[in-house]
Design a binder for this molecule. Structure first.
Ligand code: EPU
Length: 429
């Protein structure tokens, strides 16, 4: 088993470049299924979620050419059947995007049920509601969601609540449907806007992405293009918090500062200096306790749930008591018990965490319970006295390109090590 080992207490200093956004990239890659010609995506992050997407594509018969480690040419015109292989798709939540893209192209899709995940139950009722507005029926066959439509015809979709995946899937299904689709109460995250820009560059007619109402007029043909994924808002936010937690001074480049506003505002409240430039931000923090604050996660432009574990970790070092409310998913505080091992004072009741600051965190063996929880453990390890050993790091590798290399270059004492698991040790005895 691989682990990340951190000897804490080193200030991060220097410059780090942010990779392409995971949550935009998985949507753009899936969207290539709708393109009638080969297309090239640049600035793809080198993370395991994208690697799984590529394996799914290859298994479905698409031609995937790696031009360089961040640039890939996709020819999905060779896909003949709207079926996603079972085992591969189950390892990736965003595989539900294949429902919308295959439905949009073939008017039919079989995709393994996403099921629950580390964040709790992940239903897709809103996705299916959107498809049904456009004329699709759905049923379950052999563990797969099966959606089918004789024809896709535009209509008015009203989401009951904000859903990123539901909005993505509604766009996928509507982009080549007949007539006008209106999505009300749409998600407004930067990756929704990136998807709309990607499809519009191919010739789609999508207006209003980034607002509550998205209007899509169906088109028949989407042409091949070359397009670069936006920078990752959450990776950038994670390095901002890491810089602060280590009392460092870091210039974070290749970012869109507008996407970081809610994170920047919280950091400033906590007493961290954040300077904004055109495509970079500089984060500096000095010694002493941070200032307590309260956080409530919200859909964009509110404070993102994907930054909650990292920012809560910083609050374990703030004077006084902070309250953090995160009810977007059921299970977003599983990292709290890991932080307690590191001397943090964090108590969780349901969707509310109460954090009372301590003077120092101490290194300990901890687990990455999910992707962002794993990022929080890295941040805690950088700030802590002593050695932190993080297991289950495959979660972290789903969404952070080269995190060990990037943090080492900033001066962290961090490395990835291979440690035989108890089972492997038992076999070798
Ligand atoms: N929900 C339903 N029914 C639906 C769809 C969603 O009940 O049909 C619920 C979810 O269970 C959740 C809430 O609505 O409680 C919001 O879910 P949403 O659909 O917005 O989330 P998602 O599309 O599954 C994406 C990101 C997540 C991020 C959330 C919220 C991708 C691939 N994933 O998930 O990213 O936390 O939006 O912003 O874009 C991560 O990157 O670590 C991550 C978990």
């Amino acid at each position: 088993m691989e682990k990340i080992v951190i000897n804490g207490g080193h200030r991060l200093r220097g410059e780090v470049a942010i990779s392409g956004a995971k949550n935009a990239a998985v949507a753009l890659v899936a969207a290539t299924i709708l393109c009638d010609e080969p297309c090239v995506i640049e600035n793809l992050p080198e993370i395991s979620d994208i690697a799984i997407c590529l394996r799914i594509f290859k298994a479905m018969g698409a031609d995937v050419q790696i031009i360089n480690k961040h640039t890939i040419r996709f020819d999905t015109t060779r896909i003949r059947e709207p079926k996603v292989p079972y085992e591969l798709a189950r390892s990736m939540r965003a595989s539900s995007y294949f429902l919308g893209t295959l439905l949009g192209r073939f008017h039919e899709a079989y995709v393994p049920l996403p099921g629950g995940c580390d964040l709790g139950d992940r239903p897709i009722d809103q996705h299916l509601k959107a498809f049904s507005v456009l004329g699709a029926t759905d049923d379950i066959q052999n563990g797969c969601v099966h959606v089918k439509a004789d024809a896709l015809v535009g209509g008015q979709i009203f989401f009951d609540f904000n859903t990123v995946g539901g909005t993505m899937n509604a766009i996928f299904a509507a982009v080549k449907a007949q007539g006008l689709t209106i999505i009300e109460n749409a998600a407004k995250e930067p990756h929704i806007v990136d998807l709309a820009n990607f499809l519009n560059s191919m010739g789609a007619d999508i207006r209003g992405a980034g607002t509550d109402v998205i209007k899509i007029r169906g088109v028949e043909y989407l042409k091949g293009i070359t397009y670069a994924v936006i920078p990752d808002q959450i990776e950038a936010g994670t390095y901002m918090v890491a810089a602060a937690a280590s009392r460092g001074d870091v210039l974070i480049t290749n970012v869109i500062p507008k996407h970081l506003e809610s994170i920047t505002a919280k950091l400033r409240t906590i007493g961290v200096s954040v300077e904004e430039f055109d495509e970079s931000v500089r984060v500096c923090a000095t010694d002493g306790l941070f200032i307590k604050t309260n956080i409530k996660t919200m859909p964009h432009p509110g404070f993102p749930t994907d930054m909650q574990p990292q920012m809560s970790t910083l609050l374990t070092l703030a004077e006084g008591t902070s309250t953090v409310v995160d009810d977007i998913f059921d299970n977003r505080f599983r990292y709290a018990s890991e932080l307690r091992r590191m001397s943090a004072d964090i108590q969780v009741k349901g969707t509310v965490a109460t954090i009372t600051g301590v003077k120092r965190l101490t290194g300990a063996p901890v687990r990455a319970t999910d992707l962002r929880a794993g990022a929080a453990m890295v941040i805690a390890g950088l700030a802590a006295e002593g050695t932190t050993e993080i297991s289950d790091i495959y979660h972290i590798e789903r969404g952070y390109e080269g995190i060990v290399e990037k943090l080492s270059a900033l001066g962290a004492d961090i490395k990835k090590v291979y440690v035989p698991s108890d089972d492997e040790l038992a076999v070798s005895v």
